[in-house]
Ligand binder design. Structure first.
Ligand code: CS2
Length: 439
């Protein structure tokens, strides 16, 4: 065994060609690689479906993958050990600022699918240099080239992500139409772009230097950018692919007519529990999901929220008891260090998707919504605890934190949802729950 990893060969394709690009992805990050890239690599027709994956704000991920020809190692981490798999579906890793390349690829008739992992907050960002602004410029190039219809597949943790993506893209296209002489782009998008809704799931903690060293030692090559993920992976999709798609079902993807119940199950039970554990857990001195799960206070809060959410997940095929049991096992994976601080980011937005719908559904049926209210209380306590807040509303959160008593609580709730803040009973309920994690 060589004494230093620099003596090891770099992971490369050894002269084998990469699959031809037929998918464009925006948001090259760890989750894209453990999920969509992995599903694509596992399809029987993987040799025909390469991905050109563009980074978001920074080029780093593309710079790391380019020398290894898009290849990376997926470390599948279970309670028993690690498995290593080289994923070859990323044919090109591109700096997101390279809009010329994006336009060129979208103008090619071979390009059939655009997938997105741009994070929840980006769907509100209409800037021309924001990822969706770039996508719309690419779609304009496709229209100009007469390259035909295409599918856009949102893989972000948003309810109705397909529809949210459609609304954002059409809005940006309308703005462009208003500025141009020709117009007609928004109408072209409506007729030619199929927006596919999906529910995506695979826990993907951040890669650490130890993971990089482990790959070198166990695989015998250098990979500057491996990805760690749990063995579980799920992708549920609903919508049309007018120009074709890989056989993702080979890797377990499910195609359904109505995505909403599946989205809700995942957003509320998995992501909702994560958010609850992230705030209550950090307030109680824990660092990871598995640590927080071992604390009865956090675990009780999570179970209370699950019971509440489950009342609104009634379709038999959702099999909520089995889903909950599987989640407990996934969260407890002792070898995955999934940091609560990572999940705690962008809380104002995540609560809107994870706590608010359950709270509203409970109140609509005449119940209090205690579990969902407790999640919001945990967030308020956490932002007020001197924590390092990373959130698009950080300025407004800091301002609201300057207030006092019930008014301060109300101001913070307003940042999550104005209707809830206007409901005195909800504000009282949440205000009364503050500090629960301290006991
Ligand atoms: C997490 C998700 O960071 C978060 O908000 O809840 O990233 C979660 O790990 C994934 O959705 C799992 O599929």
């Amino acid at each position: 065994m060589p004494s230093t990893t620099t003596e090891l060969p770099l992971l490369t394709r050894h002269g084998e060609p990469a699959p031809p690009v037929r998918i464009v992805h925006l948001g090259l990050g760890a989750f894209h690689r453990s999920h969509q890239a992995w599903f694509t690599a596992r399809a029987r027709d993987a040799a025909e479906w390469g991905i050109a994956s563009f980074t978001g704000r920074r080029p780093d991920a593309a710079l790391a993958l380019a020398p290894q020809e898009g290849l990376f190692t997926l470390i599948e981490r279970s309670a028993d050990g690690d498995r290593f798999e080289v994923v070859g579906s990323i044919a090109e890793a591109v700096d997101g600022a390279d809009v010329g390349r994006l336009e060129e690829l979208l103008a090619a008739p071979e390009t059939a699918v655009v997938t997105l992992t741009v994070t929840e907050k980006v769907y509100d960002d209409d800037g021309p240099d924001a990822p969706l602004g770039r996508l719309v410029r690419g779609l304009a190039a496709r229209r100009a080239a007469g390259a035909g219809p295409i599918a856009v597949v949102s893989c972000d943790n948003l309810a109705g992500n397909g529809e949210v993506a459609r609304a954002a893209v059409v809005r940006i296209a309308e703005d462009l139409d208003a500025e141009s002489e020709e117009g007609g782009l928004a109408a072209w998008v409506r007729e030619n772009v199929s927006f596919v809704g999906t529910s995506v799931d695979r826990i993907t903690p951040r890669t650490t230097p130890d993971d990089v060293a482990e790959v070198a030692e166990r695989c015998g090559y250098r990979d500057a950018s491996p990805v760690v993920a749990e063995p579980f992976a799920s992708w549920i999709l609903s919508g049309e692919f007018p120009a074709g798609r890989p056989a993702w079902e080979d890797a377990g993807a499910q195609f359904v007519a109505d995505i909403e119940p599946f989205e809700n199950r995942k957003l509320w039970l998995l992501n909702g529990a994560h958010t609850m554990l992230a705030y209550s857990g950090q307030l109680r001195g824990h660092e990871t999901v598995a640590d927080a799960l071992g604390d009865p206070v956090c675990r009780r809060a999570m179970a209370e929220f699950w019971d509440e959410a489950a009342r609104h997940l009634t379709l038999p095929e959702l099999d909520v008891p089995a889903y909950r049991a599987a989640l407990l096992e996934r969260f407890a994976n002792p070898r995955i260090a999934h940091y609560l601080a990572q999940i705690a980011q962008d809380g104002s937005l995540k609560l809107r998707l994870r706590a608010v719908p359950v709270l509203q559904a409970e109140r609509a049926e005449g119940r209090g919504g205690l579990g969902a209210a407790r999640m919001i209380a945990a967030w308020i306590d956490w932002v007020g605890s001197g924590a390092d807040i990373s959130d698009p509303l950080v300025g407004a959160i800091r301002e609201a934190l300057g207030g006092e008593g019930r008014e301060r609580t109300e101001a913070l709730i307003r940042l999550v949802d104005a209707d809830l803040a206007a409901d005195a009973a909800v504000v009282d309920l949440i205000h009364g729950l503050l500090g629960f994690a301290a006991h």
